[in-house]
Design a protein around this ligand. Structure first.
Ligand code: UDP
Length: 239
């Protein structure tokens, strides 16, 4: 079931339900794309109709972050839980390991995808990573060709928002994959070049604070979180 949270149609699913949806998609014929908006992107989408359409056009819209889940509660249409993109990606690795499907890693600075692949294989030794490409390319055509030649079932698109959403939507018909998913900086996280917050901070919904302390230059971007919640409160008060 979809829930409208400030104009974005989120799938109201638990992590297990999201994984089941992915398995259905992988068993199907269609090329699907998934997005994982957090509060920062949701705030941008409030004022950007094109971005909203890009996100709502996805087959799976997962709430990546405590901010969106809090907004859903404030609006009295609560989402079941946060389904962080990087955690969902990890579930996809387990699914692919089981089914034997191929994975292509696209994005991040040169060398990062290789490092991420190494770390993924340490945890999922049976995983078939069939190709990778960094995210700093000028021509898209050779990259699309390279992806198709590798014949992946799943494509991780880690170019940051909204570049990754545009890439997926624009090339939906050309890319011969089952499921592609926009995952922002997740390859950096898999590679270990950007560490995730300690478990207690994730549990207390303080992952954003951890990232802010580690990367203070994100401060400007992160101001979108309180601005988003302010807009949510405004909507709740106006009804
Ligand atoms: N990136 C990329 N190509 C670009 C711009 C960015 O591959 O042209 C990568 C960047 O190296 C990083 C990710 O996209 O790995 C974006 O990370 P960020 O943490 O900003 O993601 P977001 O918070 O937007 O999901």
């Amino acid at each position: 079931m979809k829930l409208d949270i400030m104009g974005l149609q989120f799938d109201n699913v638990t992590m297990d339900e999201a994984a089941a949806r992915a398995e259905e998609i992988l068993a199907g014929e269609k090329t699907c794309y998934a997005v994982t908006p957090n509060a920062e992107i949701a705030y941008e989408a409030l004022h950007d109709e094109k971005l909203r359409a890009l996100l709502n056009g996805a087959d799976l819209v997962l709430p990546d972050g405590a901010g969106v889940v809090l907004a859903s509660k404030l609006l009295k249409t609560p989402l079941k839980q946060k389904v962080a993109g990087v955690d969902f990606a990890d579930r996809l690795l387990s699914i692919l390991e089981k089914t034997g499907g191929g994975l292509f890693l696209l994005g991040s600075k040169p060398g990062i995808a290789e490092l991420a692949a190494q770390k993924m294989l340490e945890k999922h030794p049976e995983l078939h990573i069939c190709g990778m490409n960094d995210g700093y390319f000028r021509d898209e055509a050779p990259v699309i060709e390279k992806i198709n030649a590798a014949k992946p079932d799943v494509l991780f698109v880690c170019l940051g928002a909204p570049k990754q959403e545009l890439f997926m939507k624009n090339h939906l018909d050309e890319l011969h994959v089952r499921l592609m998913i926009g995952l922002g900086g997740s390859l950096d996280s898999f590679a270990g070049t950007v560490k995730r917050a300690p478990k207690w901070m994730i549990r207390c919904n303080l992952e954003w604070l951890y990232r802010l302390i580690k990367e203070p230059k994100r401060f400007g971007r992160m101001l979108r979180l309180p601005k988003y919640l302010f807009a949510v409160l405004g909507k709740r008060i106006r009804g």
